[in-house]
Write a protein that binds this ligand. Structure first.
Ligand SMILES: [Zn+2]
Length: 382
């Protein structure tokens, strides 16, 4: 497994015009990325357990099929689960995940007041409350030619809440996963190892969609089915990479609690691993591979690596395989300290964001595409 993670990522790789990874990264563009986010916002906040959430799952599946992504499938589970662990109240003076909060803070929380959404049409679209019962989430796979029995998982969560459009949280991460599914599914692209593109549901309720996946699919890893077919419905996991809130890095709140209206020029993509996880060593190697891919392929914004990954769909994987998350800011000490005023708020709508914001998400897509292409040995025919 570590051999795959340590795949060469040298500076010379991109100096050749023939670098297949650079050619793949060039297939991402800002307008397509924005259009995919816009497509997701037609379903409002996509709250789990509603018709608008189910319609969004159907729409995502249609898109994945239209890209030619293989083996489109769904996970089915119940929510709430039969035994739900109560969530202990958290000490908010400390950063979730282990970091240390510094400087100025602004309030955070989940908006539950429909009247705080000024757009009457959007308010009506988000009106149906959640009900318990069956849930689904969709994934598809780029099947590796040399090692179809091993894969990286690239994830984002498609559900949201807060009476907005969940444009940033997590339309921005979901759209990265969908854009990568589109690029890797092109008929002229081959990878040696497999890649699974997963659009988790129920992230906002406690990572329940990702947990259901780990529970149901974990035991099937690496099994050829039917025997002798060369098919592996659940390739062995090599790593899990989550994308959550990828647009907004306007810096620390000011003393009056307001934020800069502009993306800060020094905005960055935050790559986090969890230093207390069982797979911390492999996870940090994976994080540095992504950091290197950012230097090679991201056009505008750099990446930073941090050790406090938390509150993400990578968490159910972190003691099993190397797992990382990509975000606009560190989740614990920055987003947790109020660096994103639209987080779970009625203002998390498409029109809140400028091209400078969307470009940060595009740079995260370039980073993950570059890293995953190297790790899976991607080549392009033409
Ligand atoms: Zn989120």
């Amino acid at each position: 497994m570590l051999i795959a993670i340590a795949a060469p990522l040298s500076a010379q790789d991109t100096t050749k015009a023939a670098d297949p990874v650079a050619r793949l990264v060039a297939r991402l563009d800002l307008e397509r990325y924005k259009a995919t986010i816009k497509g997701l916002t037609q379903f409002g906040d996509r709250r789990q357990g509603t018709a608008r959430n189910r319609a969004a799952v159907d729409w995502i599946e249609q898109q994945l099929r239209s890209y030619g992504c293989s083996d489109v499938a769904r996970i089915t589970y119940q929510f709430p689960p039969a035994q739900q662990e109560p969530r202990p109240p958290r000490d908010t003076s400390r950063a979730a995940g282990g970091g240390k909060i510094r400087g100025l803070r602004a309030p955070t929380g989940v908006n539950t007041d429909s009247l705080r959404q000024p757009d009457a049409k959007l308010r009506a679209l988000n009106a149906e409350p959640t009900s318990p019962g069956q849930r689904q989430e969709v994934y598809c796979t780029k099947v590796g030619t040399g090692h179809p029995n091993e894969m990286y998982i690239v994830g984002g969560h498609m559900d949201g809440h807060g009476w907005g459009e969940a444009a940033n949280d997590d339309g921005s991460g979901t759209a990265i996963v969908m854009e990568l599914a589109r690029v890797f599914s092109a008929p002229d692209v081959t990878t040696d190892r497999s890649i699974r593109f997963a659009l988790w549901n129920n992230e906002e309720t406690g990572l329940n969609g990702a947990r259901a996946y780990v529970e149901q699919r974990g035991p099937l890893q690496g099994k050829e089915d039917p025997p002798g077919s060369g098919k592996y419905p659940e390739p062995t996991w090599l790593g899990m990479i989550q994308h959550d809130m990828m647009l907004f890095d306007h810096g620390m709140p000011r003393a009056d609690g307001t934020l800069s209206p502009e993306q800060r020029p020094e905005a960055d993509v935050n790559i986090e691993f969890q230093s207390k996880s069982k797979m911390a060593e492999g996870a940090q190697k994976l994080a540095w591979a992504f950091h290197r891919a950012n230097e090679l392929y991201a056009t505008d914004y750099p990446a930073q690596v941090g050790p406090h990954m938390t509150n993400t769909d990578s968490a159910p994987f972190q003691d099993l395989v190397p797992a990382i998350s990509l975000r606009e800011n560190e989740r614990g000490r920055e987003i947790g300290a109020g660096w994103d005023p639209n987080w779970h708020q009625p203002t998390d709508v498409y029109t809140t964001y400028s091209d400078k914001d969307f470009r940060l998400g595009l740079n995260a897509a370039q980073t993950t595409l570059g890293a995953i292409a190297h790790l899976t040995g991607a080549t392009v025919k033409k």
